[in-house]
Ligand binder design. Structure first.
Ligand code: PMP
Length: 351
């Protein structure tokens, strides 16, 4: 096994990707899904898309969805790329946009797929340490790299960069593509999509998996300058693949058509996040200020593994990491009010 793979396997945490344990009344707070179901209008649109139409191939360009996304964010259709979840969009971005002769820069604590994609596509990378309080310092991203990627807010810390800081990064790195992965932006952050017409080196990637309750539908998209989008389309076309199935196209369009349901579930999650943060702090946890649909917290007297294990015995699953510097932290997805109440009761019994 190459050193890359052996290190990767060694560093794997106890998380089983996509684990859906079959336990009755399980409270699943480990994969940052939305606890609220998609709106009825979305389910209805998906049902309607099945009517006698599934026997037909979908539109190979998913133009209906691209146009809806373009209208929603006030950009042109040729500034929008769509894919099967933002993981696929990220995979295309890694292949299309990142220079192979200079390392890709990303934070040392970040979304675990980035080094995996680098390994798969032979991209050299360099990690930039977060500062003491787990923030990304944009001044640390200098001359050495060929491109930059980071989630905003970052995962698994939940810490947000302001638009001002992102602009500073873009100005300082005009020779590099800067990819901002906004999987969690709708839970209190400000999207950098407003900057794409000003900074042609900026690519913003979002997903319908988190704030739009559609992780199972697999829809993600990228927005940026038409030339960057063209680079992504070329990679996609080299696979000759359909970007989206018919159900995903119609379900996603319906989600953008229902602003009220979207805003309501984001607000509910933000409120619950604040309630949970207060509770954790009252139990002695250190909680990193989160702008995501999860919190990142550690306790001085109990290891993350111990707490996670005890919660699991109470049918609540949360995530922890076997990685230096963050191995004392739990990452807890924000559930609905009942799930949160059960979590708080369980934690009170453990701590
Ligand atoms: N980016 C980040 C930072 C994530 O945490 C995730 C989901 N775990 C993704 C991208 C991918 O999400 P999806 O493929 O469901 O859109």
């Amino acid at each position: 096994m190459s050193q890359f793979w052996s290190e990767l396997v060694h560093n794997l945490d106890p998380y089983v990707p996509g684990e859906q344990p079959k336990v009755n009344n399980l409270i699943k707070l480990n994969t940052n899904e939305n606890p609220y179901p998609p709106a009825d209008s979305v389910l209805e649109a998906i049902r309607n898309a099945t009517d006698d139409k599934l026997k037909l191939y979908p539109d190979p360009n998913a133009d209906l969805l691209k146009q809806r996304i373009a209208d929603y964010f006030s950009v042109q259709r040729n500034q929008v790329f769509v894919g099967n979840g933002s993981d696929e969009v990220l995979a295309h971005a890694f292949q299309a946009l990142l220079k192979k002769d200079k390392p890709l820069l990303f934070p040392d604590i970040t979304y675990s797929f980035y080094p995996v994609y680098c390994g798969l596509y032979g991209i050299d990378f360099q990690t930039i340490p977060l500062d003491e309080d787990f923030a990304i310092n944009v001044n640390d991203y200098g001359d050495q790299g060929g491109a930059i990627i980071f989630p905003n807010p970052n995962a698994p810390t939940g810490r947000l960069l302001t638009l001002k800081e992102i602009e500073k990064l873009l100005i300082n790195n005009q020779d590099k593509v800067v990819v901002v992965d906004e999987a969690y932006i709708d839970f209190g952050g400000q999207s950098a999509i407003s900057l794409v017409n000003q900074y042609h080196n900026l690519l913003v990637i979002q997903t319908l998996s988190k704030s739009r309750s559609l992780a199972g539908l697999r829809v993600g998209y990228a927005i940026g300058h038409a030339d960057l989008i063209d680079g992504l389309e070329r990679v996609k076309n080299s696979f000759n693949s359909y970007p989206m199935d018919r159900l995903a196209i119609y379900g996603a369009v319906a989600s953008f058509d229902n602003e009220e349901a979207f805003q309501q579930s984001c607000r509910a999650i933000i409120n619950t996040r604040e309630t949970l943060t207060d509770k954790l702090q009252s139990l002695g946890f250190k909680v990193i200020p989160s702008t995501a649909n999860f919190v990142f917290a550690s306790h001085p007297d109990f290891s993350a593994e111990q707490i996670a294990q005890k919660l699991r015995e109470k049918a609540i699953i949360v995530r922890y990491f076997n990685k230096p510097r963050i191995n004392e932290f739990l990452r807890i997805t924000i559930g609905n009010n009942d799930e949160n109440a059960a979590l708080c009761t369980a934690l009170s019994e453990i701590i």
